[in-house]
Structure formats: structure tokens, C-alpha cells
Design a protein around this ligand. Structure first.
Ligand SMILES: Nc1ncnc2c1ncn2[C@@H]1O[C@H](COP(=O)(O)OP(=O)(O)O)[C@@H](O)[C@H]1O
Ligand SMILES: [Mg+2]
Length: 384
């Protein structure tokens, strides 16, 4: 028997990648035509995978485009960011590490970066700036890709993952203005910025008084359609030497509300449990396993939620949308109206719930199932 064809926990850009044809085509066209693009969606819906796939395609077909992908998840300061940015831009600019070491002389006038390589130059190439120089000449560093591109007759595409993380920097507002001012003027560099903290991303890119407003196209990445999931799941079972009943294949995205990461995880557990042909019963078994495996995370998450917020979530689970009506406030003990709307804002900003077409929903479908068991006395779907 082959291995499970379902992948979660890392980005998928080739084998386990399903559809997103429209989004891929649009993003690719934007990036090749110099249109900066921002992608926003809840976490684990597939932003990083989409960007990776598009960059993979571009690398194959457009040899003169240099591409850079930087994950800002664990970058803590402006200096760290600028050093990482410089390092990755220099690395992408040439395939020869000997040339990387020349970049300090070739592309900088005011700053003298310290460039070093280790035993394995490719994995061990480092950039350091002096703090004073760095503070005075941030512009020169931010303009590095444009400088190199002009000099070498190339173009850059620079992708910055979990961009909202920069907003935690001490002097973010001043830095934000600088980035915007430099990057907006660059003609040979296109930026793709994306992130999962939606209210922060919206504050940065979708707020008329913020510097990055209208920096480029804004893409709200949707969920992958049920139909696409069903055919992906069915085909993947067949290609790996198994089968799945049509009802079972449909049940997987349905239970996981088309959430990319969870659909893959539930499909993976189902694949593992099943014999030759996966059944609806297998899916329910797999669901149990999935929820129980995740319990420690969910408990931790719930620890940070206040009593009245938990009550608010019960109202959401119950399908309510008029949270300040007397009946709803009484039934779920939501506190004062002010309390209720404050809790709503906090739960939305912390990505626990979201509004979709006037209705509120949990963002994490499996967390919701656990929540219903834990706080509302419900059973898991398919359990007696
Ligand atoms: N196009 C896709 N097709 C199939 N699975 C996907 C796709 N995009 C994402 N996934 C699944 O979702 C998981 C999370 O995707 P990722 O790209 O890391 O999301 P994000 O960057 O939005 O947090 C992946 O590990 C994979 O299991
Ligand atoms: Mg990501």
C-alpha cells in the first residue's frame, strides 16, 4: 500500500494542491505585470500554498524573474527584518555565492553591510548592518532590489508571508511609511504581501488613512469549493490504491466546512483507518480521532477565553445573530449590551469567530465540534 496522499502541516504546492485555478491565474498575472497584491484569509486556508505554487510556476517559465519568499512569522525587530530582506534579495539575485559577497560594494553607497559565508555558502550566508548606519539609511536597504534589478537587467517578485507581524515592531508606524514610500516607486520589483490576522491586515492595507492603502490589489482568498474537494479526495484515494464511497467523500468537506487544513487532515485519518474502500462510518471514526487528537490545543485556547465570551460563543453556535436583543442576552447570559458587543469584537479580532453574510461562525470547524461537546452537551456527528 502506498502512503497517504493527503498532506497537512506544511504548504502544498504541487501534488496535494487542488484547483484554485482562478486565484492562481490572477495572482500570477498580477505578479508578472507589476501589480502589488495582498492576500488575506483566515489561517490554514491556503495562502502560503497558493503563493508557493504560483512562484513555482513563475520560476519554471520566466527565467528572468527573480523571486524571493520570506516568512515574517518569527521576525522580531526592524533590523532583523532588514537583514533578512537583504540576505534573501542578494541570494535571489545570482546563483553564484561569490557574487553575493560582491554585492556590498556593488549595490550600496551609504551603508557597508558585513557579508559572510560559512562552510556551506548556500545555507550559511549572512548579512549584518551596523545599527547606526541601518537607522540612517533604511531607504537604501529597502531600495536594494530595485538597485540590483536596474544594474543587472532583471525583475524581482518579493513575497512577504505573515506581513502583519511587522506591526509589532516598536517603531512600526514610521517604518511603514518608509516601506510604502520606497516600494511604491520601484518599477522593477513587485510585492506580494499576505497574512492571516485579518483585522491587522485590514488595518494595514484596507484603511484609507494608512500608508499601504491602495498599495495594490486586495485578494480575499475564499474557501475551496465542495465539488473540488470531493473530486480531489476521490481521485487521491484511487491514485493511492484505495476507494472511497461518494457519500463518504462528500461528508469530509461538509464536516470540516471546506477548511483546507482540516479537510486534508480528516481525509488523511479516513485514509489511514479505511480498508480497501472508505465508508461513511470510517469518516466518523476519523472525525473522532481528529477531534480527540486536537483536544489539548482546544483546551489551551479556551483557557484564554472569558466566561461571558464563552457564553457569546454558545449563542453563535446556536445560530443567533441578534446578540443585543433582550431574549438572546437573557438566554445566553451575555452581560450588558456593551459587554456583548465588546466580546463580539474581541472574538472577531482574535479570529475565533467571523461574520459571513450577516451570520456569525466559528473559524475553526473542529474546535467548534469540541466546543459543542464540552460546553453544550452535544455529541460529535455520527456518535451515539
Ligand atoms: N490548494 C490546496 N489544495 C489542497 N490543500 C490545500 C490547498 N491549500 C491549502 N491546503 C491545505 O491547507 C493547509 C494549510 O495551507 P497554508 O497554505 O499553510 O495556509 P495559510 O498560509 O493560509 O495559513 C495545507 O497544509 C494543506 O493541507
Ligand atoms: Mg501561511
Amino acid at each position: 500500500m502506498k502512503d497517504s496522499p493527503f498532506i497537512y502541516g506544511t504548504t502544498v504546492s504541487t501534488q496535494a494542491f487542488t484547483n484554485r485555478e482562478e486565484e492562481s491565474a490572477k495572482l500570477k498575472a498580477n505578479l508578472l505585470n507589476g501589480i502589488n497584491t495582498t492576500i488575506i484569509s483566515p489561517r490554514r486556508w491556503g495562502k502560503s500554498s497558493l503563493v508557493e505554487k504560483v512562484i513555482h510556476d513563475i520560476k519554471r517559465s520566466e527565467k528572468s524573474r527573480k523571486t524571493v519568499v520570506i516568512d515574517l512569522f518569527s521576525v522580531g525587530t526592524e533590523a532583523e527584518f532588514l537583514e533578512l530582506f537583504t540576505r534573501e534579495v542578494i541570494k535571489a539575485s545570482s546563483s553564484k555565492w561569490q557574487e553575493w559577497l560582491q554585492s556590498g560594494k556593488n549595490f550600496f553607497r551609504k551603508v557597508t553591510p558585513q557579508l559572510t559565508v560559512g562552510l556551506d555558502p548556500v545555507s550559511d550566508f549572512n548579512v549584518r548592518f551596523e545599527t547606526k548606519e541601518l537607522k540612517k539609511n533604511t531607504d537604501e536597504i529597502l531600495n536594494l532590489p530595485e538597485t540590483i534589478a536596474k544594474e543587472k537587467g532583471i525583475k524581482f517578485i518579493i513575497c512577504l508571508d505573515e506581513f502583519q507581524n511587522l506591526a509589532h515592531f516598536p517603531n512600526y508606524h514610521a517604518f511603514e511609511k518608509k516601506m510604502r514610500a520606497c516600494w511604491q516607486r520601484q518599477k522593477l520589483v513587485t510585492y506580494c504581501t499576505y497574512g492571516s490576522k485579518r483585522h491587522m491586515m485590514n488595518d494595514i492595507f484596507n484603511n484609507p488613512s494608512a500608508p499601504f492603502y491602495r498599495f495594490g490589489d486586495l485578494m480575499m482568498l475564499p474557501r475551496i469549493h465542495s465539488k473540488k474537494w470531493v473530486s480531489f479526495i476521490t481521485k487521491s484515494f484511487i491514485n493511492s490504491g484505495k476507494h472511497i464511497e461518494p457519500e463518504a467523500a462528500a461528508l469530509i468537506p461538509e464536516l470540516m466546512k471546506n477548511h483546507s487544513w482540516y479537510v486534508q487532515q480528516l481525509a488523511h485519518y479516513t485514509w489511514n483507518i479505511s480498508k480497501r474502500k472508505a465508508t461513511v462510518h470510517d469518516v466518523y471514526q476519523a472525525l473522532k480521532e481528529l477531534v480527540y487528537t486536537n483536544i489539548p490545543f482546544y483546551q489551551k485556547e479556551a483557557e484564554n477565553i472569558s466566561r461571558t465570551q464563552l457564553n457569546f460563543m454558545k449563542a453563535v453556535a446556536n445560530g443567533e445573530s441578534r446578540f443585543t436583543s433582550v431574549a438572546v442576552m437573557d438566554e445566553f447570559q451575555l452581560g450588558t449590551p456593551r459587554n456583548a458587543s465588546k466580546n463580539k469584537t474581541m472574538l472577531v479580532n482574535n479570529d475565533i469567530i467571523q461574520e459571513e453574510n450577516g451570520q456569525y461562525q466559528f473559524l475553526d470547524p473542529a474546535f467548534e465540534l469540541w466546543f459543542r461537546m464540552q460546553y453544550m452537551g452535544e455529541k460529535l456527528p455520527g456518535s451515539k
